[in-house]
Design a protein around this ligand. Structure first.
Ligand code: ZN
Length: 120
């Protein structure tokens, strides 16, 4: 088992947190049942709401202060703020959700927070 930092980094990059060689996802957010390289039971990591929670936390802490600074400094019209912040928020969210889910699976694998189907 790798160190916590390595498991997080491998998951963030979308590879198996255990070996770093196999793929972690079989779609945008669907985790493979098991690693094709080392057979780590990655599908047993039920990340549930943790990745969206962390993503909202991070994106909110990036977007909201930037909105406030822009509003305070030049008070741009609402249509312009909407045209900038909505697409930027969506893009950041979609870009970060998958890596954050990968890192969450890495964290769960490292901490042994894996559930078998009969425990769900
Ligand atoms: Zn693996």
């Amino acid at each position: 088992m790798p160190s916590l930092a390595l498991a997080l980094r491998r998951g963030f990059a979308g590879s198996c947190p255990a070996c770093g060689k196999g793929r972690l996802f079989k779609g945008y957010l669907r985790v493979v049942t098991a690693c094709a390289n080392c057979a780590a039971p990655l599908g047993l990591a039920r990340a549930d709401d943790a990745p969206p929670y962390f993503t909202i936390l991070i994106v909110g802490h990036l977007i909201v202060p930037a909105m406030l600074v822009w509003e305070r400094s030049s008070a741009p019209p609402i249509w312009l703020q909407t045209a900038v912040w909505v697409p930027l928020t969506l893009a950041l969210t979609l870009a970060l959700l998958r890596p954050i889910k990968g890192a969450t699976v890495g964290l769960m694998l490292k901490l042994g927070l894996m559930k078998s189907d009969d425990e769900v």
